[in-house]
Design a protein around this ligand. Structure first.
Ligand SMILES: Nc1ncnc2c1ncn2[C@@H]1O[C@H](COP(=O)(O)OP(=O)(O)O)[C@@H](O)[C@H]1O
Ligand SMILES: [Mg+2]
Length: 252
């Protein structure tokens, strides 16, 4: 069953059509990749679905409901989350506090740094935070300052924060950007773990082809805002339009 479906989704900025009549379906439980050259419209597509940008045309259906035009927090409440938002970590708090604040916002409807002073009254929040830190394998670093985490563990913390919203669908925009090969490997393992353990549906935007072919069930290829190919990794890999779009760039 499809969990997400966009129909003719379009975003124009002044003279530029960044996302052009995109029809994309995401099946429940799959890892769906969206790839394409720089400037293809991948991040804009995510921003449309998560409500950060308003579509110029087209519609977005999530879990059978039309969510076009909803506010970002309304979309999060319905179960769509995005990880790897660079600003999501508070460096001065501990790892545990970062996730507790996010869990508090999910459970009690508002964000409150103040809650940390009274947190003993919120056992549900501490339990949830510990569970999420465990899911991403950084429970052992719970009492470290977030700023002191190694880069790869910061990405894990961002995922834990995104998971506190209990999403059904999680977007990841270039999760391994800036990572060493070792951190990249760990992150890919983590994506696979989270996907399997929590039964999440993941939409992964990435330009590292090795990662895509390792984790994706289906791949949509965007070029200049349009989907030029959509199918299994094998189908997409052999597509002449895709090879042309990537000529001189990334090799498939
Ligand atoms: N807020 C914006 N205003 C104007 N143009 C934008 C804006 N956001 C993105 N663009 C343009 O839209 C196109 C697609 O960008 P983006 O979605 O970031 O591509 P990708 O993530 O695939 O690299 C690019 O040409 C980019 O310059
Ligand atoms: Mg981008």
């Amino acid at each position: 069953m499809s969990i997400l479906q966009t129909d003719g989704l379009t975003k124009r900025f002044a003279g530029l059509t960044a996302v052009d009549k995109v029809d994309l379906t995401v099946e429940e439980g799959e890892t769906r990749a969206v790839i394409g050259p720089n400037g293809a419209g991948k991040s804009t597509f995510i921003n449309l679905v998560t409500g950060m940008l308003e579509p110029t045309e087209g519609s977005i259906e999530f879990a059978g409901e039309d969510i076009t035009g909803l506010e970002p927090h309304q979309i999060v409440q319905r179960g769509v989350s995005k990880s790897f938002q660079t600003a999501s970590i508070f460096p001065g708090m501990t790892v545990r506090e970062n996730v507790e604040v996010a869990a508090f916002a999910t459970a009690h409807g508002s964000f409150s740094v103040n809650f940390l002073k009274h947190r003993n009254g919120y056992g549900d929040v501490s339990d949830k935070a510990a569970e999420m830190l465990d899911a991403v394998n950084i429970l052992g670093s719970a009492d470290m300052q977030a700023a002191d985490l190694p880069y790869g563990d910061k990405r894990r913390l961002e995922i834990a924060i995104a998971l506190t919203a209990e999403p059904d669908l999680m977007f990841m925009d270039e999760p391994t950007a800036g990572m060493s090969p070792e951190e990249t490997d760990e992150t890919v393992d983590l994506i696979e773990d989270v996907q399997e353990e929590l039964g999440l549906t993941i939409v992964l935007v990435e330009h590292d082809m090795e990662i895509i072919f390792r984790v994706a069930d289906r791949i949509a290829v965007l070029n200049r805002g349009e989907i030029i190919a959509d199918g299994t990794p094998e189908e997409v890999q052999g597509d002449p339009d895709v090879q042309e779009a990537y000529l001189g760039g990334v090799e498939l």
